[in-house]
Write a protein that binds this ligand. Structure first.
Ligand code: NOJ
Length: 742
């Protein structure tokens, strides 16, 4: 045990000096005084009770280890927070016990996985990220918060800001994709959306940046797996979105399940305390992930539950979700002198601070109003925005002149397991979303084309070998003017503990599409999935592919808006689509190597059985119109340390429809004290143009945008040569060079 404590303290040293200076404090002196007075009244047991979080039994989001008499624990002051209790009525019942029957009347804090909506479900976060529309992402989180708070919730276990570069990992659906720069902006937008202007407002949720940290780097894309990455990769890729969330004032953090280079994150004092709390100045509290404190035993890090409680607590995990180890062991640990009451006080203070900030002490029932709940859930304005948000998320992957489809068609075949499917449109983490409220694609199309004969046949399921529906589907398609196939993954094929080794369309969907394609009719495949898929064959064989992700409650209407041209697709991929699983991990932000990839040259970094390039690169997405972007012009070819550079391009709509293009700017630092990626996203702007219209898009590049962790791990820009790339995806070759003077 003593050895472990020493180790915990030493681990604190590892990351010191690697990051930004301590933030200035935002503590509210009035709240802090109230906390002082309250804590004076609290017994040690009551303090430890605040650190205990249990799940309600209605809905379990992890392996439950025991049931509890919640009412009794609340009365005794031994439960500070609950998750998975839903609805204004249910939360009120428990809150009444807390504030009427417990000695100190401390309100409970209710947390829930509000991942992409509460009752009105938006596209999965990866889909929302494809909009590259930060305002829309913020607005979706705002609506989610409005609904969740109306239903008694105080705290969202979101945003998940893990950078994800391995599409086998099921949780890629929950994040913003592969890029740390964009991931940081999305993290901020989501925190702003959940938390609004003031946590004390009735419709704001405390947000939770999760999972700290590097959970997305799970080896081989298998959930919860070991993470072994360099300190540099940690700093450059995985930490920035968390830092961004802190800068945006995120109220809470959740620790990750994984170990990082040998230390379970639940025991990582260096990152959780020294970096997050002490260096970044995070003033909120950190919750464990479900049972993660107890999981340090199977990790092989702690031998006993008591050791695990000690390791988790010492490592800055303030609240224990579901492992019950704090409530069972912390008192003993204090008595043994291994944990001080001062340390307990710090954790309690952090939790009470958020309860005060949320206004729970002023009115613990402010979120428990059933009439308001009824008015807010599925409010028409929310549904309308869910439709817009879904439209913005969709990415046109291929279009050989087929889309948009004509509304004048007499008959249309709609085939596939997602065509008339409500449940799967919601994706995983569907909150309180209900299948019965979902607009299916069939209904979305029927509503749009009341005079067209829609021939629906499912054809096959997402999985399994059953081809018995093929004949009906082929018959339907035979008598139609065009065929739409709604294919992909079911909701439960992506998300937590839902990893895959084969990323092709599952089941017999491929065979069904091939049969339908033989009919030689205009055919569009609409993909519904929670991750990049390996669909090179599809790209080669069918004329049009629309990526619709798992689009949520209004998904069917949104897909219909796109298919029939009411919305010109504008989404861009936030994650690379590989050609095959063997290429994974494949992402745009890679290094050049000493033998840069050239598929035509033998001794280069490549494969002998596959191109090295992605199927669709990061940032890729088509429109129903076309754009021409000029080579970038720079305001200078050489800049000093205090200058900035203006990068301009002309963008012209060269097609026949109004449309919007996401103009992206990437930078390459050609030579560094350590090697740099071939390009890094440093800016993007959306322009909307009428046919023939042209505009100039300007980006300002500051020297701070060129900074990175140099060989000695100082964060600064190094003088030398740079290349700026601007274009419509990360593969753009439009470029200009400049240099940074010493
Ligand atoms: C485990 C997941 O990793 C986490 O993201 C989630 O918030 C908790 N379960 C609670 O459901």
């Amino acid at each position: 045990m003593v050895k472990k404590i020493l180790l915990l303290l030493i681990s604190g040293i590892v990351l010191s000096g690697c990051s930004a200076r301590k933030q200035t404090t935002h503590l509210d002196p009035i709240i802090e005084k109230k906390i002082d007075s309250l804590m004076e009244l609290m017994t040690l047991e009551e303090k430890i009770g605040q650190l205990n979080q249990l799940s309600g039994m209605g809905e379990l989001t992890g392996p439950s280890i025991a049931t509890s008499d919640y009412a009794q624990l609340i009365r005794q002051g031994l439960l500070g927070s609950m998750l998975n209790v839903n609805g204004a009525k249910a939360t009120r019942q428990l809150q009444e016990i807390a504030v009427n029957e417990s000695r100190l009347k401390i309100p409970l804090l209710f947390g829930y996985d509000v991942i992409h909506g509460y009752k009105t479900i938006f596209p999965i976060p990866l889909g929302e990220a494809a909009s590259f529309d930060l305002e829309a992402i913020e607005q979706a989180a705002r609506i989610a918060a409005t609904e969740a708070t109306a239903a008694g919730q105080h705290w969202a276990f979101a945003p998940m800001v893990d950078i994800a570069r391995d599409p086998r990992w099921g949780r890629v659906m929950e994040g913003a994709g592969e890029d740390p720069y964009y991931g940081s902006l999305v993290a901020k937008a989501r925190v702003r959306g959940f938390q609004g202007k003031n946590l004390a407002d009735k419709n704001t949720l405390a947000a939770c940046a999760k999972h700290f940290v590097a959970y997305g780097a799970a080896m081989a894309g298998r959930d919860y797996n070991t993470v072994d990455i360099s300190d540099r990769t940690l700093q450059e890729v995985y930490l920035p979105p968390f830092k961004a969330a802190v800068d945006e004032g995120v109220a809470t953090f959740m620790v990750a399940f994984n170990e990082l280079n040998g230390t379970p994150m639940s025991a990582h004092r260096g990152l959780n305390v020294d970096l997050l709390k002490n260096t970044w100045g995070f003033e909120g509290f950190m919750v464990s992930d479900w049972g993660s404190v107890g999981e340090m035993i199977p990790h092989g890090y702690c031998a006993t539950p008591e050791e695990a409680a000690l390791a988790g607590f010492k490592a800055g995990v303030d609240m224990d979700m579901e492992s019950r180890l704090y409530v069972n062991h912390l008192k003993n640990l204090v008595e043994k002198g291994l944990v001080s009451e001062k340390e307990i006080n710090d954790a309690v203070r952090r939790i009470l601070r958020i309860k005060y900030r949320l206004g729970l002490f002023d009115d613990p029932f402010r979120y428990c109003d059933t009439a308001y709940e009824k008015e807010m859930l599925l409010n028409p304005r929310h549904l309308e925005f869910a439709r817009i948000s879904a439209c913005k998320s969709m990415v046109l992957l291929k279009n050989q002149g087929i889309l948009p489809l004509s509304r004048e068609m007499r008959s249309l075949a709609l085939i596939g397991p997602m065509a008339d499917n409500q449940q799967d449109m919601l994706g995983t983490w569907q909150g309180q979303g209900e299948a019965r409220h979902v607009v299916t694609l069939l209904n979305g199309i029927k509503e749009k084309l009341p005079n067209t004969r829609i021939l629906y046949a499912k054809g096959c399921d997402f999985t399994g070998n059953d081809r018995s529906g093929f004949a009906e589907a082929i018959n339907a398609a035979r008598s139609a003017d065009a065929i739409i196939v709604a294919a992909g993954e079911s909701a439960m094929m992506s998300g937590e503990a839902l990893c895959r080794t084969n990323l092709d369309l599952p089941g017999v969907q491929k065979d069904l599409i091939r049969e339908l394609n033989k009919l030689g009719k205009p055919l569009v495949v609409v993909l519904f999935n929670g991750r990049p898929l390996t669909i090179e064959w599809l790209d080669q064989e069918v004329p049009a592919i629309l990526e619709a992700w798992l689009p949520g409650t209004m998904g069917g209407s949104a897909v219909a808006d796109i298919l029939f041209g009411d919305y010109n697709p504008s989404g861009k991929l936030p994650m690379t689509f590989p050609r095959n699983v063997g290429q994974i991990p494949l992402f745009y932000y890679h290094k050049n190597t000493g033998r840069p990839t050239n598929d035509a040259v033998r001794y280069t970094s490549r494969y002998i059985d596959s191109p090295s390039t992605p199927l669709y690169p990061f940032g890729y997405g088509l429109s129903y119109t076309t754009f021409e972007i000029s080579a970038p012009e720079l305001s200078a070819t050489s800049i000093g340390q205090n200058d900035s550079l203006v990068v301009s391009v002309k963008v012209k709509n060269t097609g026949t429809r109004k449309g919007s293009e996401l103009v992206q700017m990437y930078v390459q630092d050609k030579f560094g004290s350590v090697t740099r990626p071939v390009r890094e996203l440093k800016g993007f702007k959306r322009v909307e143009l009428e046919p023939g219209q042209e505009t100039v898009v300007k980006f300002t590049l500051r020297v701070s945008d060129l900074a990175f962790y140099t060989a000695d791990m100082t964060f600064k820009a190094e003088p030398g040569d740079f290349v700026v790339y601007v274009g419509s995806d990360s593969n753009t070759q439009l470029q200009a060079g400049f240099s940074l003077k010493p």
